[in-house]
Ligand binder design. Structure first.
Ligand code: SAM
Length: 370
């Protein structure tokens, strides 16, 4: 399947353009660098100066084709189409196929930069996102699509429009090679309320626990289908572990017997590995008072960085804005490369990373826009 539109270049044409740009420059970029400039050019230079196949994680949150200017005035950071005052932090005026092709050219270069264990996250809204999904399937291959994450971006809206309130946007998650991608299986702890609900019993030592059946669906002809303490597993089921192991668990007091002789396995709250993270994210809303228009939630970026990169990884954001991704990378001891074409964004990034004393001596700011 492919998306057809006017003036769609071939992948070869795009890569050739990138090569030509890189040949014409003798600039060299290292990791832990923030670059001001047009990202197609910077990505082209990165491909030339040793980063091809070297980046483990790319997150991008580009303009969403809103036809708006994003403005910063003295008192507030806002989104208005015709600002009367304040400076335009960035402009988002590309639409339809022009927008799609602009993104596609850059995604093609970013995929070239990804390592064989690399992951790619594309943050977008639901108006244009479906077209982007088709482009991502084309570039990465449908088989490398992993998740379509729904992010709750705001509180419920009670606008007058004849429509349901729009509280969400989406993040498309792909791998260069699905299955080979870095996946640290980050888990989240239960809240106290959830702990009370799930682990509703307390043992003599004050430990919270619950119980689960000692058998599971499916019959077995092997060990787990054999008799234990005069009982066979119920029809169509097998013991979760061998009769020998069940006896060991019982001797350790890890099996609870009900009044009518039904054995169940005890599971303790303090041994729980945490909850598997699902594809609906409710806890990473936009900030009420951001440093930069459309700034994303730092905890969300920290989760993505921890999940899809390691301490020796390089994390890249080609539409860095206020530098949330770079800050998340730096806080978690990853190297980073960030870029934005706007001077205002670079200023916010410098302040943000500098304020937290995170700019190490070898962090460089490069200006390629002049
Ligand atoms: C939505 S903002 C990113 C916000 C960021 N995720 C944050 O948390 O602050 C998109 C950014 O992409 C930048 N941008 C747009 N087109 C670009 C291009 N071709 N090259 C470099 N930066 C670009 C804009 O200047 C803007 O700062």
């Amino acid at each position: 399947m492919e998306l057809y539109y006017r003036n769609k270049k071939s992948k070869d044409e795009i890569l050739k353009l990138a090569e030509e740009i890189a040949i014409d420059t003798n600039i060299s970029i290292e990791s832990n660098t923030i670059v001001q400039g047009e990202n197609f050019n910077i990505l082209s230079i990165l491909l030339k100066c040793g980063f091809k196949g070297k980046i483990d994680l790319i997150y991008i949150d580009p303009p969403f084709s809103t036809n708006l200017d994003f403005v910063v005035s003295q008192n507030r950071i806002s989104t208005i189409s015709k600002p009367k005052s304040g400076i335009v932090a960035y402009s988002d005026k590309l639409c339809d196929e022009e927008y799609i092709e602009y993104m596609r050219e850059r995604i093609i270069l970013m995929r070239e930069l990804l390592s064989e264990q690399g992951s790619f996250y594309f943050h977008i809204d639901t108006k244009i996102g479906h077209y982007i999904k088709i482009i991502l399937d084309e570039i990465f291959g449908k088989k490398n699509f992993i998740n379509d994450i729904t992010r709750k971006k705001s509180n419920p809206k009670n606008f007058e429009r004849k429509a349901y309130g729009n509280e969400k946007d989406v993040i498309y998650f792909y791998a260069k090679n699905k299955g080979n991608h870095i996946w640290n299986d980050v888990r989240v702890s239960y809240s106290n309320v959830e702990l009370d609900e799930k682990y509703y019993k307390t043992d003599a030592n004050g430990r919270r626990y619950n119980t689960v059946p000692i058998h599971a669906p499916g019959e077995s002809q092997g060990d787990t289908g054999r008799e234990w303490k005069g009982m066979l597993p119920p029809e169509g089921r097998h013991w979760r572990t061998s009769p020998k192991e069940l006896s060991i668990l019982d001797a350790k007091g890890l099996i609870e017997w009900s009044a009518n002789g039904n054995p169940r396995l005890k599971r303790f709250a303090d041994e729980h590995q945490g909850k598997k993270i699902q594809d609906i994210w409710l806890d990473f809303k936009d900030y009420a008072y951001p440093d930069y228009p459309t700034q994303k939630n730092l905890e969300m970026l920290e989760l993505i960085v921890k999940q899809s990169s390691n301490e020796d990884s390089i994390v890249l954001d080609a539409f860095a804005g206020s530098g949330t991704t770079l800050l998340a990378a730096k806080k978690n001891n990853r190297a980073f490369i960030g870029m934005d074409k706007e001077k205002y964004a670079i200023k916010v990034m410098e302040n943000k990373l500098g304020d937290l004393d995170l700019i190490s001596k070898n962090t460089t700011f490069l200006n390629l826009s002049e």
